[in-house]
Design a protein around this ligand. Sequence first.
Ligand code: GFB
Length: 323
Amino acid sequence: MSNDSKYQNKKIYVAGHTGMVGSAVKRELEARNYDNLLCKSSEELNLLRQKEVEDFFEAEKPEVVIMAAAKVGGILANNTYRAEFIYNNLMIEANVIHSAYKNGCEKLIFLGSSCIYPKMAPQPLKEEYLLSDYLEFTNEPYAIAKIAGIKLCENYYRQYGCNFYSIMPTNLYGPNDNFDLETSHVLPALMRKFHEAKVQNKKSVTLWGTGKPMREFLYVDDLADAVIFLIETVEAKDIYSKGISQINIGTGKDITINELANLIAEVVGFKGEIQHDLTKPDGTPRKLMDVSRINSLGWKYKTELKEGIEKTYKWYLNNIENK
Ligand code: GFB
């Protein structure tokens, strides 16, 4: 079955297709019969190597690029591997975006994160707040790299007319997430902690920080749906003509980490106590996205948080726990 999109038969390169976001985008494109996808594992193509990226683009000439390749992680990974987070992300973006330009790529969508907004920006975070104040310390290296990616897209549009633009998803979760307790984000970390505590009959689970920060969570399949909506309907000029550099993607609703913990404990079936390790950082107090722009363009999230946690837990049991 095909749809009316002029992008349906284009050669689409999904950079980072083995990660949580890239795999969701690939799944969703395939489900909608986009059957000209191009994917390369990191063994086949190292995006940190400029020459490899140049050769790949020259040989394959992808017509559309979805930039879901990045070095990502939770608050501790960002704060610990600070040099790797800035270096790897800058190199990947610069190599891919420049090669896409050189080889006549018709459309490129770059994925960032809500941590690009200043630590104390007013809430909800409007696209205009980019670069209006200081960043949050723990994720400053990652945020600086992602802001550079936004500005690469914007300025390749301004100088060369490239149809390249950026989207800023809120905190994502879902199948293929990273469940490593040191490097993961909060949602998969808590899912694993509660699950293991339940199985091992432990009396308590320890959260990092105070549990008071607020976060917004989007199920990754909804993000994939948004990416396809944007491929099909939104061009770079639509973004930049509004005087903004990127577009937010989220639910527009947030909860405290303590509330999230209670919800995950309920889904997992953990009935013990929740404790706090106050030696671990809280990070940004709040980062709720203003999603009125993407909503007014005609896209809205579908999966409520509890349903998304239930789906993710099912995936965790089938793919991590039982393997
Ligand atoms: O998801 P998370 O690691 O990253 O942490 P950020 C969110 C909040 O959950 C912080 C708390 O206040 C953590 O202290 N938290 C409680 C935990 N228990 C845990 C736990 O067991 N593991 C983890 N990981 N957190 C990241 C940025 O920020 O979000 C990235 O560092 C990126 O750059 C990403 O933007 C989306 O939401 O604070």
